[in-house]
Ligand binder design. Structure first.
Ligand code: AMP
Ligand code: DBH
Length: 550
């Protein structure tokens, strides 16, 4: 029978801690609180026990809990996990739709010192099994089949493929599994608060190439992420945050999201349906002030302001991130909703950039923001790793107090993804303004090699988006015998400005040539599609798109 110490030792095997002169600087500047990640919630529950903490507006609800009620419920859930035999340092895969149960499981696990792997509802057996193996998880916590997919079936497949996942806990109808446990905290000894320099939870890298990687975030660094984000968003106890994106993702979880809102004593509303016909009513009913969306969803919300009758004027901050928000879309959102846009350029690996609410609207429409901490060290480098001047495109490298120094148990990846002095190579192409603001221009590796020439997908995409009849576009390389790869543009047409005659390749090539695009960059193929495939959080998924187009 392994002891508690063995579980923590095992957790730390493959974790890259913050180290060196920077770690010392962060300490000297007192950036960290040295408290467990749930401390923000507990402090709020002490201060304002009767304030609303959570409203569950998912299909489980409606139900609301005050801070005292929520804290007590998470203590019961933690006691349940301890009674069920889960031990500090052990990893469990958590996969659950947005709901109160998600929050209870998350905070219950944190209190028990158990480390959740924060998977998204759209993940399926390939990713879940990979993440369970990679993290060494001993349990899977999920829900029943009421939301379009039966996670109990995934549980069965997971246990057959990964036998080390010994336990399955299910909220709702457990079927053959154990219901998520609750117990009287007075009858169980909860473990002491975890060491704040230990991993608190694992986030998942987006993984549009290959399988997702595990990102260990410590109590200290993730608490800093929540608090700094809350400051940038000027979040207060008077705010109500709507969880529209999948709650386990870094953006809605901690930027400032759920954890940032708890830390200031605001109200968190969970919905499991982000479409405007549902969310607009929730915004009106609960006076929602802040929410976070990916650009595709933001476009949909923007259009819906034309026909949805609900009053959404309480919304003061609409955070958009995860993929690039086109400048005209940022302008349209501000016009439709009243100067509410905040651009967010973040990564589960750490660095989060925000535009600030008091910056000029023109700037907010143009850039993806600036780093939230003065301790974030950003470098923009060329292919040889040399820093480029402001205004020149390059790869973004970053090191800072809440940016990981290595993926979990991934030595081979880490060789490529981190510099020897601890900078994370983001793979993002950016330009930096003298003011420090960053504009994201693409992904380093998103190129098509056509007849020996390198063509950056974003270059072609940006020019195609200038066409009035094109709403959305993704350019990918497809195998071609003569060219090696041919350039294929998948386009979604605009409803407002549909083309007079069907969009032809020849016409598009003329349009691009007239804009000054080089001949070797012109698409060889154009496909009109009704939607583009998206990842688990809603970013355009080029891997899947390529498979669909060949
Ligand atoms: P992940 O590492 O899976 O959390 O995904 C983070 C990546 O999403 C970043 O490295 C960027 O490539 C992309 N991303 C996030 N926010 C933005 C944004 N506002 N504009 C452009 N790309 C973004
Ligand atoms: O895409 C992301 O991962 C992301 C986007 C916005 C993120 O991690 C974040 C904000 O924190």
């Amino acid at each position: 029978m392994p002891t508690h110490l063995d579980d923590v030792t095992d957790l730390l095997d493959g974790f890259t801690p913050y180290a060196g002169a920077q770690a010392k600087r962060y300490r000297e500047a007192s950036l960290f609180r040295d408290l467990p990640l749930y401390a923000g919630l507990d402090l709020t529950a002490e201060r304002t026990p009767d304030a609303p903490a959570i409203t569950d507006a998912s299909i489980d609800g409606p139900r609301s809990l005050t801070y005292a009620e929520f804290r007590d419920a998470t203590l019961r859930r933690a006691a349940g996990f301890v009674e069920a035999g889960l031990r500090p340092g052990q990893r469990v895969v958590l996969q659950q739709n947005n709901s109160l149960q998600f929050a209870l499981n998350l905070v219950g696990l944190l209190r028990a010192g158990v480390v959740p792997v924060m998977t998204l509802p759209a993940h399926r057996i390939t990713e879940i099994a990979h993440l369970a193996v990679g993290s060494g998880a001993i349990a899977y916590i999920t829900e029943d089949g009421r939301r379009s997919y039966d996670f109990r079936e995934l549980a069965a497949e997971l246990q057959s493929r990964v036998p080390t996942v010994e336990r399955v806990f299910v909220s709702g109808d457990p079927g053959p599994y154990t219901p998520v446990p609750d117990a009287d905290p007075a009858s169980v000894t909860l473990p002491p608060a975890p060491d704040p320099e230990l991993p608190a939870l694992f986030l998942i890298s987006g993984g549009t190439t290959g399988l997702p990687k595990l990102i260990a975030r410590t109590h200290n660094d993730y608490d800093l992420n929540a608090r700094l984000s809350a400051q940038v968003a000027k979040l207060t106890a008077g705010d109500t945050y709507l969880v529209s994106l999948p709650a386990a993702h870094n953006f809605p979880l901690c930027c400032p999201g759920i954890l940032g809102t708890f830390s200031v004593g605001g109200h968190v509303v969970f919905t499991d349906n982000p479409s405007p016909d549902n969310t607009f009513g929730l915004i009106e009913r609960h006076h929602v002030t802040v929410t976070a969306l990916v650009p595709a969803l933001a476009q949909l919300w923007c259009a819906a302001t034309e026909w949805e009758p609900a009053d959404v004027s309480s919304l003061r901050l609409l955070q958009v991130g995860g993929a690039k928000l086109a400048q005209p879309d940022a302008v349209a959102l501000d016009e439709a909703l009243g100067d509410v846009v905040q651009q967010v350029f973040g990564m589960a690996e750490g660095l989060v950039c925000y535009t600030r609410p008091d910056e000029p609207r023109d700037l907010i429409h143009e850039v993806q923001g600036s780093p939230m901490s003065e301790f974030d060290e950003v470098r923009v480098v060329d292919e040889d790793g040399n820093d480029v001047p402001d205004g020149t495109e390059g790869e973004l490298l970053v090191r800072g107090p809440y940016t990981i120094r290595g993926y979990y148990r991934a030595d081979a990846h880490n060789e490529k993804s981190f510099t020897p002095d601890g900078f994370y190579r983001s793979g993002d192409k950016v330009t930096r303004l003298p003011s420090g603001h960053l504009a994201v221009t693409g992904r380093i590796k998103d190129t098509i090699v056509r007849a020996g020439e390198n063509v950056a997908a974003d270059d072609v995409e940006e020019n195609l988006l200038a066409h009035a009849s094109i709403r959305q576009v993704a350019v990918v390389g497809l195998p071609d015998e003569a060219l090696g790869e041919k350039i294929c543009a998948a386009v979604v047409l605009s409803h407002e400005h549909p083309p007079a005659t069907p969009l032809e390749l020849a016409e598009l090539r003329t349009f691009l040539r007239d804009r000054g695009l080089a001949a070797f960059k012109l698409p060889d193929d154009v496909r009109v599609v009704s939607t583009l495939p998206v990842t688990a959080v809603g970013k355009i998924d080029k891997k899947v798109l390529r498979e669909q187009l060949v």
